[in-house]
Design a protein around this ligand. Structure first.
Ligand code: SF4
Length: 332
């Protein structure tokens, strides 16, 4: 159970049901009132080495911008939702865009407003739309603090149109299993070889637990996908990922094996992540071997074409071998 070190909160959260609940839940935790969750002066001044300590705080406010961004993968729109940032510490997390602002977990209590906009947009379009609500944080993890995902499913399941989707690296799905979701929720479990989970994805669920969670969700009739991500081309990457695919094949239930789809995403990295990781994690050089990367603008890096091509071929072949009938949405 996550116990925040300090709560930073915007005064107006008291006007929202969830805001009141969180203030009550954390009544014994030290609190600091802030003007705006986007600009916490004290956080901006922190040094890189304080990164993990900063993640122990919780920031609570309201989301002011609600811009939907078109998307062409599993969803039609990326939608800002009830949280941003996370209390885990994956070394590659792209939410570390500017750690003084984005790394720690921010909760937004105006959830009614956000869900209503999704429902209205879904009803407005003729075609059935899917909304990605988890691109800014991990909502299964967030649910353990706010119960927001349960609330969302309960309030979305009986709406006329649309689906919601979210990715996760957490196995805490038990509260979702008894819900009447009406097949309107798609949960995509992110997986990686155990070595990478243990050494790079700090604070997330173990591989075994994630697979068990997939089996439970499938049993509860959720639509479920697997995201192999981010693929990291460590020295022995082929061996690691082949073992992972075999592990999936051997441990997913028959029902899950029939239903799941795949997405594969190669790791990207950035100057900011490198600066933080070098100070915070001792094995950061292992995941960022500079000679394997090329620039993709604004201090961001991606694997060179030869790695991505080799990787794509590898994953197409191995997934075809073990999961011949399962759809691969994309490999990027
Ligand atoms: S679990 Fe997801 S959101 Fe949290 S640190 Fe890892 S990649 Fe980032």
């Amino acid at each position: 159970m996550f116990k925040p070190a300090t709560i930073y909160f915007e005064k107006n959260i008291e006007n929202y049901k969830l805001g009141k609940e969180l203030l009550e839940k954390y009544k014994d935790i030290p609190k600091i009132e802030i003007e705006n969750h986007n600009n916490i002066e004290e956080m901006r001044k922190k040094n890189n080495y304080e990164f993990l300590k900063m993640k122990k705080n919780l920031i609570i406010g309201t989301r002011k911008t609600h811009k939907f961004v078109e998307n062409h993968k599993v969803s039609n729109f990326l939608v800002p939702y009830t949280s941003s940032g996370c209390i885990a510490s994956c070394m590659y997390c792209y939410l570390v865009c500017n750690y003084n602002k984005c790394a720690y977990m921010r909760l937004f209590v105006n959830r009614e407003e956000m869900l209503e906009k999704i429902i209205k947009t879904a009803n407005k379009y003729e075609k059935e739309l899917t909304f990605e609500i988890g691109s800014n944080s991990d909502l299964i993890l967030e649910n353990t603090i706010t119960n927001n995902l349960v609330w969302t499913i309960e309030n979305f399941a009986n709406t006329k149109k649309g689906k919601l989707t979210l990715p996760t690296k957490f196995a805490f799905v038990d509260d979702l299993l008894p819900l009447n979701h009406n097949k309107k929720i798609i949960i995509r479990m992110s997986v990686n070889p155990e070595y990478i989970i243990n050494n790079v994805e700090y604070g997330t669920s173990r591989l075994k637990d994630r697979i068990e969670a997939i089996n439970k969700l499938v049993e509860a009739e959720y639509e479920v996908g697997i995201i192999i991500a981010p693929v990291i081309f460590l020295e022995n990457w082929e061996e690691l990922y082949e073992k992972l695919i075999i592990y999936l094949f051997e441990n997913l239930s028959n029902k899950a094996k029939k239903k799941i789809f795949f997405e594969v995403i190669f790791m990207t990295y950035s100057y900011v992540q490198n600066a933080i990781n070098k100070e915070v994690f001792k094995n950061s050089s292992e995941i960022f071997e500079k000679e394997k990367f090329t620039g993709r603008g604004k201090g961001k890096y991606m694997y060179k074409k030869e790695f991505r091509q080799e990787g794509e071929l590898f994953f197409r072949n191995i997934l075809h071998k073990y999961f011949i009938n399962n759809k691969i949405w994309y490999i990027v």
